[in-house]
Design a protein around this ligand. Structure first.
Ligand code: NAD
Length: 335
């Protein structure tokens, strides 16, 4: 293939993915199923891997999320909010483990935190002296939207942390999502009122959270589960040296965690967790699109660091595409 042909292909893929991103992240109104999005993104990444000299910093493969909506005040994240690399097959998971061991020059089994990949929106919630002072969306990873008033209405988000020995500042990160039963009910109400129904719970959560009138958000059945930490101050505040134990510490302070998180060893343990969650997927109270594995030792996470848009120490193993297209089509017929 000539360079000109490759450049033209790259440009076409980037333009298509940028359009999908705008629909999904800015308008909360996806135009294609996630599986189609993932296919196009994989095609872009494969072509860029063959021609690394043609990677541009503004390629969607190098960026996180979408631009924040101008309607909200902007919040600059002190620690960027990144995305996750994806694995689609068992071999990808094994390759992930190999990359980690090579980079760490280790040959022992690594401990991994295992977490359902909740299908909602990443949110950062800042507590100062135990009091919720600010909440923001991920936005483009550097700058998000100030949605404090809306997050304050989410029933399971504590406005004040429990316990005496709290850090001066702590940023809790996690997913805001809409449980399935609440989503069905919301759509039924929307239908009865002759209003637009939402394509899926992720969409409903995004539309509900990015309301300018927090009274509307308050009526929506949103929930939050934490999955990591951002800023912690003072610097010498003592936290456990394991990611999983840090999450347990958050729970002691009153922050809700997904009940299905776990810990395992090696890619074989990760695979067993994946199979277990996949088999329970339909019965879960919330939508997930995969599971996430994170190197549990914080010291190893720091050693591994980040690449352009994702940490090297984590991976999202996606589930096979479900009836996404039917769902999107259903909605178009119902509207
Ligand atoms: P991602 O969804 O692949 O992974 C990162 C996100 O996972 C985080 O920001 C967080 O919100 C979420 N997450 C859930 N549980 C988590 C946990 N336990 N730990 C850490 N993070 C957790 O990446 P992304 O950049 O948010 O979005 C890309 C994905 O979004 C695509 O693969 C596609 O499925 C979908 N998408 C679809 C369209 C479309 O048009 N249909 C457009 C854009 C993106």
């Amino acid at each position: 293939m000539s360079d000109q042909t490759v450049i033209a292909q790259l440009e076409a893929l980037r333009e298509k993915i940028n359009d999908y991103n705008y629909q999904y992240y800015v308008l909360d109104d996806p135009s294609v199923p996630d599986s189609e999005y993932d296919r196009q993104m994989q095609a872009l990444q494969a072509l860029e891997a063959e021609h690394p000299e043609l990677i541009t910093p503004d390629s969607p493969s190098q960026k996180v999320g979408g631009e924040p909506l101008g309607a909200f005040e902007q919040v600059t994240h002190e620690v960027p909010m990144l995305s996750l690399d994806n694995a689609f097959e068992e071999a990808d998971l094994k390759a992930f483990e190999k990359r980690l061991l090579d980079r760490l020059k280790a040959d022992n089994k690594l401990a991994f935190s295992c977490e359902p990949k909740l299908d909602g929106l990443a949110v950062s919630i800042l507590y100062e002296n135990g009091v919720l002072v600010r909440a923001a969306t991920r936005g483009d990873g550097q700058v998000g939207e100030n949605i404090t008033a809306n997050v304050r209405t989410i029933a399971n988000v504590p406005l004040k942390l429990r316990g005496a020995d709290l850090p001066e500042r702590i940023e809790v990160r996690g997913e805001v999502f809409m449980p399935r039963d609440g989503f069905e009910k919301l759509n039924e109400n929307q239908r009865n009122a002759g209003l637009k129904v939402f394509a899926n719970p992720r969409n409903a959560a995004a539309g509900s959270l990015r309301q300018l009138d927090s009274r509307i958000t308050a009526k929506r059945p949103l929930m939050f589960y934490a999955y990591s930490l951002g800023v912690v101050a003072p610097d010498d505040f003592t936290l456990p040296d394991s990611h999983h134990e840090r999450l347990r510490q958050l729970a002691e302070w009153g922050i809700p965690l997904c009940p299905d998180i776990g810990i395992t060893e090696g890619s074989s343990g990760c695979l067993a967790y994946y199979e277990q969650i996949l088999s329970r997927r339909d019965g879960l109270a919330y939508d997930i699109d995969g599971v996430v594995f994170k190197v549990d030792a914080i010291a190893l996470q720091q050693q591994l660091g980040f690449v352009a848009r994702a940490p090297r120490w984590a991976i999202a193993q996606k589930f096979p595409a479900q009836e996404e297209m039917t769902r999107l089509l259903d909605v178009e017929f119902q509207v």
